[in-house]
Ligand binder design. Structure first.
Ligand code: ATP
Length: 473
């Protein structure tokens, strides 16, 4: 059976992972709200990142910066000048396109190779390529485009009561700049020596022209970014280190290696300030797409901020008795994109037998890593009569883990419901657990494994420790 975006979207909607934003008002294009299960999974992804990149990491510390920043930040970072997309309209059907994407799609379809990476094309070069190759509008099939114009992707708003230019502020398009402007604050207060890194998780906003593919490209999203500062000359080693560390993080959360590819940028493709960049690409149901960008950004950002602010952003290396601007390695990952990747990776439809008519019996299951699963376990009383005993176990487990409780329907149906939302363990409370006139209580429960569907009997008193061990990440 095929894994399609439609199936993932339907599961997300029906089971309470992701809803269309502002639905009762007809929605707001490309906004999504995370339901009871979605918020758990999102938090689990962020927790898993924070644990490995900050909490357990010998080099890194955390930070949480404001979304609104002094606009000079965006002058320094280049976002007020260059952070824009080349846009073009079809004169026939008035559809709007990104010229670079149109060219990329054309090349993907025809197998034609570009003389240089698309990022190195000027606006005029894109336009003449599109005309030369007679590339047509994907919507109406005609070749009649407007000129290309640049469009700034930053959301603009006003701070204070007057809506004029001097009160204009922007919603940050990345979390990274908050880290750069706080480099000295963090270094001074933590008395860290290089190399060290600063991690941050937070919302970013980009007025994307072509959002879509569900939560893959949205206008409001969260990023998990690390800026790792090191001595110039050691940067390529640290780049390799973080490239490997990031890959390991994904694999340790169960991502299948065959769905992941690390694409190193060729020298011509690199941004002018970058010495090395790797795009981690994931095989989404709609094709390969960027998941994680890891880049050696040299001393570009700190130098820009030093020049624009006039503040000294150098680091004094006591051992070497020299002062320099550190180089920086940046792994930048989107929360929603990784949510979609983990979900797609985990989704499966398995034939688990035959029904009475001899048709395949198919179960939908999310083989999510337990650390990412919304519920760690579900407590299921075999009969409603057992609900009080089951509730007691449920309330006890709830103190440590997100746990579901379900006493409605046949046990088989309840297992299936839990499989579909990725609950790794189903805990069944039966008559033996509590005992009756004929059988003494064994004070144990049956625990069913989501992936193997095997069952083991575990004493209730050992349940918490057993689960904790299984869920460790
Ligand atoms: P793309 O080429 O897909 O637009 P990008 O190269 O602009 O991405 P970066 O600026 O490197 O992306 O952002 C780092 C990470 O943030 C991306 O790898 C992705 O996981 C996430 N991200 C960026 N833009 C979006 C978006 N519009 N929606 C969701 N996640 C995003």
């Amino acid at each position: 059976t095929e894994k399609t975006m439609d199936k993932l979207v339907a599961l997300c909607k029906n089971r309470g992972f992701v809803f269309a934003g502002s639905e009762i008002y007809g929605g707001l294009a490309n906004t999504w709200d995370y339901g009871p299960l979605g918020v758990e999974m999102k938090n689990n992804i962020k927790r898993a990142w924070w644990k490995k990149f900050v909490q357990e990491n010998p080099y890194n510390v955390g930070l949480d910066c404001a979304i609104l920043m002094n606009p000079q930040t965006w002058v320094a970072s280049g976002h007020l000048g260059g952070f824009s997309d080349p846009l073009m309209d079809c004169r026939e059907c008035h559809e709007r396109f990104r010229a670079d994407k149109l060219i990329e799609d054309y090349c993907a379809k025809t197998g034609e190779e570009l003389p240089k990476p698309i990022d190195a094309f000027s606006q005029a070069e894109m336009k003449s390529f599109i005309d030369e190759k007679n590339i047509c509008c994907p919507t109406c099939g005609k070749h009649n485009f407007t000129d290309i114009r640049q469009f700034n992707l930053m959301f603009k708003t006003f701070q204070g009561v007057t809506e004029d230019a001097k009160n204009t502020v922007y919603l940050r398009p990345e979390t990274a700049q908050g880290i750069f402007v706080n480099f000295v604050n963090v270094q001074r207060t933590t008395r860290r020596k290089l190399p060290f890194g600063i991690g941050q998780i937070g919302k970013s906003f980009r007025n994307e022209i072509t959002p879509g593919n569900f939560i893959f490209r949205v206008r409001e999203f969260e990023q998990m970014e690390l800026e790792f500062f090191c001595e110039p000359g050691t940067d390529l080693e640290w780049f390799a280190y973080w490239r490997g560390f990031c890959k390991q993080w994904l694999l340790s959360l169960g991502m299948k290696e065959e769905n992941l590819r690390l694409r190193d940028h060729d020298p011509e493709e690199l941004c002018f300030y970058s010495k090395a960049t790797t795009d981690f690409e994931f095989l989404f149901p709609f094709g390969w797409g960027e998941l994680w960008g890891v880049a050696d950004r040299t001393d570009y950002d700190l130098t820009q901020h030093q020049n624009t602010s006039g503040k000294d952003l150098t680091y004094f290396d006591q051992e070497k008795n020299t002062r320099y601007i550190p180089y920086v390695i940046e792994p930048s990952l989107g929360v929603e994109r990784s949510f979609l990747a983990f979900l797609a990776d985990a989704y499966d439809e398995e034939v688990v037998g035959q029904d009475k008519r001899g048709n395949d019996d198919i179960r939908t299951v999310l083989h999510l890593h337990p650390a990412l699963a919304p519920y760690k376990a579900a407590v299921l009383p075999l009969s409603k009569k057992l609900s009080p005993a089951a509730e007691e176990i449920y309330h006890d487990l709830q103190k440590e883990f997100m746990v579901d409780f379900d006493d409605a329907g046949s046990i088989g149906k309840r297992y299936r419901r839990e499989d579909e939302i990725g609950t790794p363990y189903c805990i069944t409370v039966d008559f033996q657990t509590v005992g009756d006139e004929t059988t003494p209580a064994d004070h144990a429960v049956t625990v069913r494994d989501r992936d193997t569907m095997e069952q083991v009997r575990i004493p209730v008193s050992e349940l918490k420790a057993w689960l904790a061990e299984k869920l460790a990440f």
